[in-house]
Design a protein around this ligand. Structure first.
Ligand SMILES: [Zn+2]
Length: 502
């Protein structure tokens, strides 16, 4: 249940996603006992490790992707990245980076991602991480670092971006802000990460949403990076020292690429130093450098620059996405889609994207670029369940099992749903409200809404709401206003095919 998108909880999570992470777990009576047990455990943990007592605790923010999807996405995007970047492809350097990187990643909290570290034959000082594990370090970082601890600092910072899931958090936020209807319908399917990437326009590119971090995210990566350095036995001050050093070069007129991917948060150095003192200063016997690092640094300095061909390739980075092609006309052949909520037929040239119980069914080209690097549903249908916040209204707002109250439930829950839609779609208007219709013999409500279309102009959203044991089942059929009539018969055919699972 917690994995399903709920409008009410989603908004809360977006609002406080940055430093706190998500918090929608509801504690019942068992939860209370669990909390007590956790409190005891926490106390024990504090006694056993003073170093943990004062450190800043960080958790990943709100995310519509699963950790496994982070991994899949990173793997796919890394193929793009490695075609476009001038990879160093030197096993001695890569082995060194991997050994160092894995020691650091072992200290990263949270999900254990399959981290791998590779060198890029680029003298610009930069490094970046993709969701779920791939980390790229420019040779410029190795050449500019004074010590292994400084290089480790940059790598720990990148590792923290992965552990904190900043790439997919950014992508999730952009999606929620630009395409609230799509996110409700759940564009994601466990095996459709490729499609998701295309929809997000989030392939590998310099300005990819996966690599553009907010200053808050930067600050988090700094803090967790410092903690990782500390826990790995390195001088935790080394990361800030390196940033200070390259910042000075930046001011000297040489632009440092690192800061275009990793924007400088306010008081970056001060905040890191604060964390170092929270940790109680460097660990006894901390390490700063190694002869191996100095050897690798000299070796890298001796390697030839990327060939012209490689450089050309890397400047020729192409953005994915772009305006979608016009959708194919719906086929007359229908196929059946089924999940735990319902069964419904759709044209066989439309595709279903599922996540949990939610599904979006759209033609190729039905998801279009909205001009802000996001994809939104322009043609197709979203099916999802809405969980009305019963306490805001009254206890009668319970689906099913409350016989005579079921009509109150249907009307009030539909009102709430429309309110939620309008909160995230400023220009949405109700055109025709709550007309009773019948869906598979059940009373349902039909509501017409008008909204800005991601393909320009206005669109019509035909909202159908039905009482369902799990909450309020809703379908939103969407097409541009001027084309809606043409799609209406297909939408009706889909609606009449609906069979609700009870
Ligand atoms: Zn960063």
């Amino acid at each position: 249940m917690l994995t399903r998108f709920k409008l009410s909880s989603m908004e809360g999570r977006i609002a406080r996603n940055d430093l706190r992470g998500s918090g929608t777990v509801r504690f019942g009576p068992i939860g209370h006992r669990l909390r007590q047990a956790l409190a005891v455990l926490t106390t024990l943990a504090l006694l056993s490790s003073l170093a943990w007592a004062d450190r800043t605790l960080l958790k990943p923010g709100w995310n519509m992707f699963s950790a496994q999807q982070d991994v899949e996405m990173g793997q796919q995007v890394s193929q793009d990245a490695e075609r476009q970047l001038p990879m160093l492809n030197n096993s001695r350097v890569d082995n060194y980076l991997n050994d160092l990187g894995r020691r650091l990643a072992a200290k990263a909290p949270g999900e254990k991602y399959p981290y791998r570290f590779k060198a890029v034959n680029d003298r610009a000082i930069n490094a970046f991480a993709l969701p779920g594990g791939p980390v790229y370090i420019n040779r410029g970082v190795i050449e500019a670092a004074d010590s292994e601890a400084q290089l480790a600092g940059v790598m720990a910072h990148e590792t923290a971006h992965v552990a904190l899931r900043h790439g997919t958090n950014q992508a999730s936020k952009a999606y929620a802000a630009q395409a609230p209807l799509s996110i409700l319908g759940g564009i994601l399917g466990s095996n459709s990460v490729g499609a998701v990437l295309a929809q997000l326009g989030a392939g590998f590119a310099v300005n990819s949403i996966l690599l553009k971090y907010s200053r808050t995210a930067e600050s988090q990566a700094d803090i967790m990076g410092t903690q990782i350095l500390y826990d790995s036995g390195y001088d935790p001050r080394a990361m800030a020292q390196f940033f200070e050093k390259i910042q000075a070069q930046d001011r000297g007129g040489r632009s440092i690429e690192f800061f275009s991917n990793h924007p400088n948060p306010d008081n970056r150095i001060g905040r890191v130093n604060e964390e170092v003192s929270k940790l109680g200063g460097p660990q006894r016997g901390y390490s700063t450098d190694s002869t191996e690092f100095q050897e690798i640094k000299r070796y890298v300095q001796s390697l030839p620059a990327a060939s012209r061909a490689q450089q050309m390739q890397s400047t020729n980075r192409n953005d994915t996405g772009g305006p979608g092609s016009p959708p194919q006309w719906p086929s007359e052949r229908f196929v059946s889609f089924q999940n735990s909520l319902l069964r419904l037929d759709h044209p066989d040239n439309w595709q279903a994207y599922t996540q949990g119980d939610a599904v979006t069914i759209a033609p190729r080209g039905g998801l279009v670029e909205d001009g802000k690097g996001n994809q939104a549903l322009a043609y197709g249908v979203i099916v999802n369940i809405f969980d009305p916040h019963s306490n805001r209204y009254n206890q009668q707002l319970q689906p099913r099992g409350y016989g005579q109250d079921s009509s109150i439930f249907l009307e009030d829950a539909t009102d709430q749903l429309v309110q939620e839609f309008r909160q995230s779609n400023r220009n949405m208007r109700v055109v025709r409200s709550q007309e009773s219709i019948s869906v598979t013999g059940e009373r349902a409500l039909s509501t017409y809404l008008s909204n800005d279309s991601p393909s320009g102009g206005r669109e019509t959203n035909w909202l159908i709401t039905v009482d369902h044991p799990e909450g309020l089942l809703f379908l939103v059929f969407t097409a541009p206003e001027r084309e809606f009539q043409g799609y209406e018969s297909v939408f009706r055919q889909m609606l009449y095919s609906v069979r609700i699972n009870r």
